[in-house]
Write a protein that binds this ligand. Structure first.
Ligand code: KIV
Length: 249
């Protein structure tokens, strides 16, 4: 059953909210079948599926393509579509772009940083918004943990409060100290979804490629539940061997 933004919001402090990313139809099918509360079509697609060195290279066209693919695989799951770099800078253009993501199949959109005016505008126009603070890869200089000193921690707490005040129904907290994530979670009325933010958030989001062990290296805060990359290598080697030995037909 597809959860609405209001149902996800009402899960604050009541249930843990499991979210995974997905970018393609077959993976979306599996993820829906396994039962997640929502799927994030994140702009991480640029790094884990398209070979870019940064999410900054992801475009609206890429996001529309991948959101459509995920919607076809997961018709009954809430889909959060990521607003790509620079697509959400000011309210009117952000609204135009957010509408394109919704047309492609998203139920809500996620945007990085304390863009309160944009969030307010999208929500006023009926587009549910997920905020994102902590490490925000579109503008970060590196992928190190943030919020470690008192001033940075205060700023992130304020950002999360501002994002909630502006009308977001959920907020992602990325790569911040567990204790700060716990403070933010206790201090705001909307669910917090952690990635590298400890166990005290209201939910967790994990990049699917990290979860299934696709790729060569994974963030230290991620977890591998399988090693699908190795399975593909092994299967391919067996195929190559059989063809070369003329035992495959
Ligand atoms: O793009 C993405 O997948 C994300 C998650 C890492 C939260 O923003």
């Amino acid at each position: 059953m597809k959860l609405t933004d209001k149902e996800l919001l009402s899960m604050k402090s009541k249930a843990q909210i499991p979210i995974l990313t997905a970018y393609t139809t077959p993976i979306a099918r599996c993820v829906e079948q396994a039962g997640v509360s929502a799927i994030l079509v994140g702009d991480t697609v640029g790094m884990v599926e398209m070979g870019f060195s940064s999410t900054r290279y992801v475009t609206m066209e890429h996001m529309i393509y991948h959101i459509g693919a995920v919607r076809r695989g997961a018709p009954d799951t809430h889909i959060i579509g990521d607003m790509p770099f620079n697509s959400d800078l000011e309210p009117d253009s952000a609204l135009r772009n957010a509408r394109l993501l919704v047309e492609a199949g998203a139920d809500s959109v996620k945007l990085e940083g304390p863009k309160y005016d944009v969030i307010r505008h999208l929500v006023a126009q009926g587009i549910p918004v997920v905020g994102h603070t902590g490490l925000t890869p579109q503008t970060a200089q590196n992928f190190r943990q943030v919020g470690k000193d008192a001033e940075d921690a205060r700023r992130l707490l304020q950002d999360a409060m501002g994002i909630a005040d502006a009308g977001a129904f959920m907020v992602v907290l990325e790569h911040i100290p567990d204790s700060l994530a716990a403070r933010i979670t206790a201090g705001i009325p909307i669910p917090t979804i952690g990635i590298g933010a400890g166990t005290d958030c209201d939910g967790q989001v994990l990049v699917i490629n990290d979860a299934i062990g696709m790729g060569e290296a994974w963030p230290p805060f991620s977890r591998q539940y399988a090693y699908v990359g190795q399975t593909i290598i092994d299967a391919t080697r067996s195929y190559v061997e059989q063809v070369e030995a003329r035992t495959f037909k």
